[in-house]
Design a protein around this ligand. Structure first.
Ligand SMILES: [Zn+2]
Length: 491
């Protein structure tokens, strides 16, 4: 079977080892005493470290982001949470490269009549993420599950349906949901060739190397591929790869109830935007009432995106939840504490996790994600009031309220926050996934002015304690997370 299946089995073994060996070093306290461990001082210390200038904005792939990951791992260990990353550590490597291209891939196709032709970039194909040279011996048109060969092979290319949903369903049915294991996935672009696309040399930001390579055919070659005319392909990637280090940070507290095999993933992303290459514009501010003082001169402009609210605040909350739960009576459900890399680049770290989960996704019942809780939101009721993204989509929000946990529905549904964070990687796999936040659309969002000094720490403490009440409900056997009717996301 595919490597994805092998690594899942491995993850299951590690999980049961962790279950067998998990002992809370500090010993269980009462729930109330454990909750008191969540303090303003700890939250502030954690935010101030992650959002410090020394961590230079925690850009995915930068050494400072690795430093943040190692620090989070050490903090989880101090809490008494067990490692749930690679090989008994808290770190889960997410393989990423910077990809430089001076030229498009060179694609040579052999047809059923024995012709050998070179495909033209921008006319015959227009998108690719090919990282290595390829020699494809068989091209197979796949429209039904039965069309797949019995085993995935790197010498086989698949011509897949144009619709993303159909592609996903077919690959899942073949036991290779991500497409890993096949040599090349041929996807299909517009019917007409249209205006040729120009190639421009580029270096991409860190891109995940998931072992899946794709080429999007268009125009005449799309039709020829669908008609089964393609028999062989050879591809020269024309890409220079520079590996970068990137890690998710993962810890686990084993469940002790009858549903201990089920997992709840508690998450926040620790990556942010790094450092601007030139002084960025400050966000618009109220004009000063007094004329500004003469320029002081000499002070270097701020170029560091500290990301104190986004999402050092969420990371601090998750750390405090880990510490509190590790000192409370053991949860019924297994609880995973997950700090994601690559969120700002498109949920890269969490997408990797859902393909390589510590507890199989079939047993993962909920992702409770934390995003931007450092400042009160007047629309949610002000200090100490949280809102939940996609409130109406599941039984989560109504359960919190029924149990006296003050969580309101996201007051700005038009911003579509439900779709804008790591919970979506779980949602796309059918798992209930929602974010708690207090983001009030403040002007420092994604600016260098998102600094630790701007956060309201008493508010953050109240939010973290409420988050602990919310977490206590979802790790308890008595509650089962469920989508509202018709809300389960189909990939
Ligand atoms: Zn964020």
């Amino acid at each position: 079977m595919s490597t994805a299946i092998v690594s899942k089995r491995h993850a299951v073994c590690v999980f049961w080892l962790a279950l067998a060996s998990c002992v809370s070093p500090a010993g269980a306290q009462s729930v109330e005493t454990a909750r008191e461990r969540i303090t303003r001082a700890d939250l502030e210390t954690e935010v101030r470290f992650l959002a410090s200038d020394e961590l230079r904005g925690r850009r995915t792939g930068a050494p400072e982001a690795v430093l943040a990951a190692r620090w989070l791992a050490a903090e989880l260990e101090k809490c008494g949470v067990q490692p749930a990353g690679d090989a008994g550590t808290y770190l889960q490597r997410v393989p990423m490269n910077l990809v430089a291209r001076d030229a498009p891939p060179r694609v040579t196709a052999t047809t059923r009549t024995g012709e050998t032709l070179e495909l033209v970039y921008g006319v015959d194909f227009d998108q690719s993420d090919i990282l290595t040279d390829l020699r494809i011996e068989h091209v197979i048109v796949v429209t039904r599950k039965e069309d797949f060969p019995p085993h995935a092979a790197t010498t086989v290319a698949l011509v897949l349906p144009e619709s993303r949903e159909e592609r996903g369903a077919l690959l899942t049915a073949a036991g290779t949901p991500s497409g890993a294991g096949w040599g090349l996935l041929l996807t299909l672009g517009p019917d007409t060739a249209g205006k040729p696309r120009e190639f421009s040399p580029s270096t991409s930001g860190p891109a995940v190397d998931d072992g899946v390579q794709r080429l999007r055919l268009r125009g005449d070659w799309k039709k020829r591929a669908l008609a089964g005319e393609l028999t062989k392909l050879s591809v020269v990637a024309n890409a220079t790869l520079t590996p970068v280090e990137a890690f998710n940070v993962v810890g686990v507290l084993a469940g002790r109830g009858p549903k201990a095999e089920q997992a709840v993933v508690v998450s926040a992303h620790y990556d942010h935007l790094g450092v601007a290459s030139k002084p960025p514009k400050e966000p618009p501010k109220e004009p000063p009432k007094e004329p500004p003082n003469a320029p002081t001169g000499g002070a270097a402009p701020d170029v560091i995106f500290n990301g104190a609210d986004d999402d050092a605040s969420g990371c601090a909350v998750v750390l405090e939840l880990a510490d509190a739960l590790a000192h409370a009576p053991p949860p019924d459900r297994t609880t995973i504490f997950f700090f994601a890399t690559g969120e700002e680049l498109g949920l890269l770290g969490t997408n990797w996790y859902v393909d390589h989960p510590f507890v199989p996704l079939a047993k993962t019942v909920l992702n409770l994600n934390f995003e931007m809780l450092g400042r009160p939101d007047a629309l949610a009721g002000g200090p100490g009031k949280l809102w939940l993204t996609g409130d109406e989509r599941s039984n989560l929000g109504e359960t919190f309220r029924a149990r006296g946990v003050p969580v309101v529905a996201d007051p700005r549904p038009e911003q579509n926050f439900f779709m804008r964070s790591d919970n979506m990687a779980f949602v796309r796999r059918g798992i209930v996934g929602q974010s708690l936040s207090t983001y009030d659309l403040h002007q420092d969002y994604h600016h260098v002015t998102d600094e630790a000094d701007t956060l309201d720490y008493p508010h953050l403490e109240t939010c973290a304690r409420i988050a602990f009440d919310a977490l206590s409900i979802v790790v308890d056997d008595a509650f089962d997370p469920e989508w509202s009717p018709g809300q389960k996301f189909e990939r």
